[in-house]
Design a binder for this molecule. Sequence first.
Ligand code: FES
Ligand code: FE
Length: 416
Amino acid sequence: MLNRPSPITALLDARVDGHALPAGLYTRADVFEADLDVLFRRHWIYIGLDCDVPEPGDATVIDIGRTSLILLRDDDGALRLVHNVCRHRGSRLLDHGPAILSRIVCPYHQWTYALDGTLAHAPHMGTGFDRSCNNLKPVHVRSIGGLVFACLSETPPDDIDRLAAVMEERLAPYGLKDARIAHQVDVIEEGNWKLTLENNRECYHCSANHPELCVSFVEIDFGYDPDTLSAEDREMARAHEALYAERTAAWEAEGFPSAPVEQLAGHATNFRTQRLIIAGAGESQTPDATAACSKLLGTMTRKDLGDIHLWAHNGWSHFMGDHAVTSMVIPLAPDRTLVRTKWLVHKDAVEGVDYDRDTLTSVWTATTEQDSALVARSQRGVEDPAYIPGPYSPFTERQLDNFATWYIERMRAHGY
Ligand code: FES
Ligand code: FE
């Protein structure tokens, strides 16, 4: 009897190098469940920020599939991450969203947990009851330069250490642990989470779709085909590359690591970072590329240090002198994805005095809405029986090819 591969394995096998993924990997319910299990339970995922919970007692609930997590700051100021499941009969403890707590009290029978997750009080359980065996279940959590990563597995991949080593140093001057969330927007994209990430990892679509972003963003930073450019554009592209070499060397000489660092195919934890040149006025991703906030982040004293971009597993971020913008991606269904975007400013920056909220947020608000529409169009296309996975541009979509390869490797590494 022939040993047939499972439907998911068959789809992984069907992927042609250099091409987009087969339709089923974007559309099927069983693939969605497998994705959640492999990519969102057994890998480090980006779940939030230190400054989501700045003070002892601050808590916020993050739902990923059927898993619900409580991110909180305990009485000693330590960051904690626990499952949002009562150790008595399993009731959800907190509802979705932020909260301020002195204790976590289960609404059902009032078991009460301290902010470090230990069970402090459980009425009517008898003298032989050992509270210490019934603490809230902790989850692996790491703050990296103010970004919070979690891993739901008992044995998290250890190659997050490289992400930590690279980003702690790069983000230190931005003081993100002490920043403040000035604005937050949730967008639900009508598409598979991998389409959301693919869309973010190329700028092939930028000039046709993102007029606001293109004021400050240089689309050829993510690749171009020199043979399809006019002689004049080719010369501009070469001049831009020369400027990169010069600017990167100068930034690094001044103590600001800037060169690209990338870890994707061949690794469990995927990330890419580079200090990018901001176009035009060169300061920030705002409508005119000047800084939106007069109080700079952390210990920054300069607005000319470009944009540290970071792709990390299920998110993307930009760190500039005056503010940062960071998005995390949570799959909701095979064809629905939450994109949660936060804009960060110095904690003492005052709206209306140091910054105008619309100036701060308008570029990425527009860009996120435009991307959401593009992802929905992609999803409708991959669901059409006529869809055939097309070739990625070797110049502008190299990172998508890497991402698809990484995805298939990770699924295979976990038994598919
Ligand atoms: Fe939480 Fe009973 S289920 S106290
Ligand atoms: Fe886009």
